[in-house]
Design a binder for this molecule. Structure first.
Ligand SMILES: [Zn+2]
Length: 361
C-alpha cells in the first residue's frame, strides 16, 4: 500500500514538473531575447566566479604572509626560550648558593655563626663582624634579585612573542574562514553556471536556427569588439599582399596570412562571433567564415582555410568565443604544405574585400 502511494506520488511529481517547468514548455520557442538574457546571466556568473577567484587568491596570500610572520616569531621565540633556560639556571645556581650559605650559618647556629659573633672580645668587634655578615648576605641577595629580574625580562619577551603569534594565528583563521565562505559561494556559482550551460546546450539547435534566420534576413547585427587574436600559435610563414602565387606562378594578391605547422595543430577562432559558413571549397579546401560584428557600418569577417572535413568542429549558425578551437591545420585545397590560410574581410557585400589581418591584431 505504502509502495503504491509512493509510486503514485512520484508519478504525480514527474507529470507536475513537466507541466510546471518553463524551460520544457518554451524549449521549442526560445527567442533572441531569451538567448541574450541567458548570455547576460552567463556573463554575470562568469564575472562573479572570476571575482571570487581573485578574492580567494588574496586570502591565500594573506594566510601565507601570516604564516611567514609566525615562522619568524617562532624562530625568535626559540632563541628567547634558550635565554630563559639559561637565566633560570643562573638564578638557580645563585639561589642554591645563597640557601647553602644561610643553611651553613644556621647549622652553626649559636655554636657556630652566633658563636663567631659573640666570640668577639669587644662589642666593637662584634658589630664589625655582624656588619660583614650582613653585607655578604645583602650582596648575595642583590645578586639573586638581579638574576630574578633578568629572568623576568626574558619571560616577558617570550610572553610578547606568544601574543604576537596568537595574533597572527587569528589572522590565519580569519583568512581561512573567508576563504571557506568564498569557496562555498563559488561552488554555488559554478552550479548555476553549469545550469545555464545546460540550458544553452538544450537550446543550441534553436540558437543556430535563429542565427541562420537572422543572418539571411540581415538582422544578425552586433558591434565588433576588437582586437582579434592570432588564430594559431604556429609560425607565420606568409604575409598579406601581392606575391608570385606558389601554384599558379602569376603575380596575385595573397588575401590573407599563412601559419605553417603539423597537420592536426589546433586552429582557433580569432574573436567572438557567429559561424556564417563551414563548407567545402575548391581553393580553400574547407572554408570556415566567422562574423564578428559591425565596425563603422561594415561587417567584420574572418576566414580559415585548408582543413579537412573531419577536423572541423563548428557549423553554420553556431556561436564561438575567441580562442575556441574551430578546426585543425590541414593540407586540403590549393595548398603546397600543411598550413592555415587566414583572412579578414570587411564590408557588406556577398564577397567583402580582404584586408591585412595584421591591422586587426
Ligand atoms: Zn595563404
Amino acid at each position: 500500500m505504502v509502495k503504491k502511494v509512493a509510486i503514485t506520488l512520484s508519478l504525480f511529481i514527474l507529470v507536475a514538473s513537466f507541466i510546471l517547468s518553463p524551460d520544457l514548455i518554451f524549449a521549442e520557442k526560445i527567442s533572441r531575447e531569451k538567448i541574450n538574457q541567458i548570455k547576460t546571466q552567463k556573463k554575470t556568473v562568469l564575472d562573479q566566479i572570476t571575482a571570487k577567484d581573485s578574492a580567494m587568491k588574496k586570502e591565500i596570500d594573506k594566510m601565507k604572509a601570516a604564516q611567514q610572520k609566525i615562522d619568524t616569531i617562532e624562530q625568535d621565540a626559540a632563541k628567547v626560550e634558550i635565554a630563559l633556560n639559561q637565566a633560570e639556571q643562573e638564578l638557580k645556581i645563585y639561589d642554591d648558593k645563597f640557601k647553602l650559605r644561610v643553611r651553613k650559618l644556621y647549622q652553626r647556629g649559636e655554636m657556630g655563626y652566633m658563636a663567631t659573633l659573640f666570640a668577639a672580645d669587644s662589642f666593637g668587634k662584634f658589630l664589625h663582624r655582624f656588619e660583614i655578615v650582613r653585607v655578604i648576605m645583602k650582596k648575595d641577595y642583590a645578586l639573586i634579585e638581579e638574576r630574578r629580574q633578568a629572568k623576568n625580562k626574558v619571560k616577558q619577551k617570550l610572553t610578547a612573542f606568544n601574543k604576537l603569534r596568537d595574533e597572527q594565528n587569528q589572522e590565519v583563521q580569519k583568512s581561512k574562514k573567508a576563504y571557506d565562505q568564498l569557496m562555498a559561494a563559488q561552488k554555488k556559482d559554478k552550479t548555476k553556471l553549469s545550469e545555464i550551460q545546460e540550458i544553452e546546450e538544450m537550446h543550441e539547435e534553436e540558437m543556430i536556427r535563429i542565427n541562420l534566420e537572422d543572418l539571411r534576413s540581415g538582422k544578425l547585427n552586433f558591434p565588433y569588439v576588437g582586437p582579434l587574436q592570432r588564430p594559431s600559435h604556429l609560425r607565420q610563414t606568409s604575409a598579406f599582399g601581392y606575391r608570385i602565387h606558389p601554384i599558379h606562378h602569376t603575380k596575385k594578391l595573397h588575401a590573407g596570412i599563412d601559419f605553417a605547422g603539423p597537420i592536426g595543430t589546433p586552429v582557433l577562432a580569432a574573436g567572438n562571433g557567429v559561424v556564417v559558413e563551414s563548407r567545402p571549397s575548391n581553393g580553400y579546401g574547407w572554408l570556415i567564415t566567422i562574423y564578428h560584428g559591425t565596425q563603422n557600418g561594415k561587417r567584420v569577417y574572418t576566414r580559415y582555410a585548408h582543413s579537412y572535413p573531419n577536423q572541423v568542429k563548428v557549423k553554420a549558425g553556431q556561436e564561438v568565443v575567441a580562442g575556441e578551437q574551430i578546426t585543425s591545420i590541414g593540407n586540403n585545397g590549393w595548398s603546397t604544405g600543411p598550413h592555415l590560410h587566414f583572412e579578414v574581410r570587411l564590408g557588406n557585400s556577398a564577397q567583402p574585400p580582404p584586408v591585412d589581418p595584421e591591422t586587426y591584431f
